[in-house]
Design a protein around this ligand. Structure first.
Ligand SMILES: [Zn+2]
Length: 281
């Protein structure tokens, strides 16, 4: 069980009523939250298969972790150092604070640049960390409205630089590859230390592929898609691509399980399997 699974259990234990998700009569896998017959857990990366120089800290808005459509858990499926906490404006969370204070991390808040206060440093190209530190990406996980609220009302995050990307510049994992030594370092830290050619591009354009939820803005990506962009900005292109493919798998299977017209990528499973098998060779 990873951090999001644990948080899911914890949040569920606080609820007096069952969270009413769409398709609530579906019998779900307790981990991936997909209908049992579409469960993707067996396909997931095995322990030790993915390594990353980056960490993620998911701040999840209230019932977000209970929503089967949440994609924050997909990050935790792949990136070993993923933390997950319930967001609170007022309650002090010592565990959360300990992660933020940990010397090994350089925290960044992942959020659109246009919301940055004046003078706040914003990384928009490549992530540069202070010497010896690893990037910790703080993701505000909720609806867009909730994410904006968390951003405004978390003064303890104000001292950290932002990471933003222009969705128009990026298409899938086809991100500009930096020649800098930092990104080489980060690349070598990705999957088993090998840099593999990208064999299948996922169909990401300017818009999110996230067809599970209606997004308020055309450029609003799901949490997992944003995390993939950020990994790529850190030079971890293989990990970024793997997360993109894993997201596609989830997106496709999720839609099967709620009987919507499936707008997911029908080649999602095939693409993902091809890529991960190649890594396993
Ligand atoms: Zn499952």
């Amino acid at each position: 069980m990873h951090a999001v699974h644990q948080l899911h259990q914890f949040r569920k234990s606080l609820s007096t009523t069952t969270y009413k998700a769409r398709g609530q009569r579906v019998i779900r896998c307790p981990l991936c939250q997909l209908a049992k017959q579409f469960c993707i857990c067996a396909m997931g990366a095995k322990e030790g298969e993915v390594s990353s120089n980056a960490g993620f800290l998911l701040l999840m808005y209230d019932t977000e972790v209970l929503k089967p459509s949440n994609t924050g858990k997909l990050i935790a499926d792949l990136v070993p150092d993923t933390y997950a906490f319930l967001w609170s404006r007022t309650t002090k969370n010592d565990e959360l604070q300990a992660v933020l204070d940990d010397e090994k991390w350089q925290p960044f808040v992942v959020f659109p640049q246009e919301y940055a206060q004046e003078n706040r440093p914003v990384e928009t190209q490549h992530i540069n960390c202070s010497t010896g530190k690893r990037p910790l990406f703080i993701m505000l996980d909720g609806s867009w409205r909730e994410a904006k609220k968390m951003f405004r009302k978390s003064p303890y995050l104000d001292k950290f630089p932002l990471v933003s990307f222009d969705p128009k510049l990026f298409s899938g994992s086809q991100l500009p590859r930096s020649k800098s030594s930092e990104s080489k370092l980060a690349e070598s830290a990705s999957l088993k230390g090998e840099v593999l050619p990208i064999i299948e591009q996922t169909p990401v354009g300017e818009n999110s592929r996230y067809t599970v939820r209606k997004t308020e803005l055309a450029h609003q990506f799901s949490t997992a898609e944003v995390a993939a962009r950020v990994l790529a900005m850190s030079g971890e292109h293989d990990n970024a691509h793997l997360l993109d493919l894993w997201f596609d798998v989830f997106n496709y299977q999720y839609q099967k399980s709620v009987c919507q017209r499936n707008k997911g990528n029908p080649k999602a499973l095939e693409n993902y399997q091809k890529f991960i098998n190649k890594k396993r060779d």
